[in-house]
Design a protein around this ligand. Sequence first.
Ligand code: FPP
Length: 256
Amino acid sequence: MSTEPASPPIPNADVSVPRHLGIIMDGNGRWAQNRGLPRLAGHRAGVDNIKRILEACVQSGVQVLSIYAFSTENWRRPVEEVQGLMRLLGLTIQRQLNELNRNGVRIVHSGRLEGIDPHLQRQVLRALEVTRNNSRIVLNVAFNYGGRAEILDAMRRIMREGVAPEALTEEMLSRHLYVAELPDPDLIIRTGGEWRLSNFLLWQAAYAEYYQTPCFWPDFDEAELAKALAAYAARQRRFGGVPAATNPQATPVAHA
Ligand code: FPP
């Protein structure tokens, strides 16, 4: 959630590296089960891995990392797991905020704060406030997030502003998303072997490249990230157009 006005997109220095990377961190439960551990131990290992991949992203030139930490559908999980994930977010903020701040990480939140414990809400808002001027990398934490809910919330805000249907534009909808100033994701990685988008960044990922790996999230290390980035660098992004070689008259498409 952000109350910040939209600011110009961050310039993209190197199109061979995703400016904005989104990660669906799947496989924590299976990682834990394979070790005879409770599922929450997998989520704890998953949190530890965020730190390692965040730093690797900085080193690789990624400017925005979006992580899917808790979806609007995750409320359907057993109550102990839901409570465990909530506690984990609170503990992570408590233990990691200072270090993240020292490392120049700007934390933003995508999702609904309503429905979350008020103390946790305050912790989240404090993390946003403390890190708001940092610029080394943006960490967009999708927590209590759903892509459809985000589009719905954006539409509700637009309608409350009294915008006429004919005046509605894609750009206007983008500006009303939870964190409006972020560029669209260039690459979405899903760990854990599934091929689903699971309601993650539905609007923003319209032209994102997709990469999936069977590797469980806690095992997804710097080498796995390097493989994903290499696969991305080898893709040809056309944004609905045709390759320049096929259509020499085409002006180069902007890298979204
Ligand atoms: C999917 O694994 C992962 C999640 C539902 C949440 C990911 C959450 C974390 C990495 C930790 C939470 C982060 C914060 C900041 C609190 P899964 O449980 O679906 O794994 P499975 O498919 O093997 O069962």
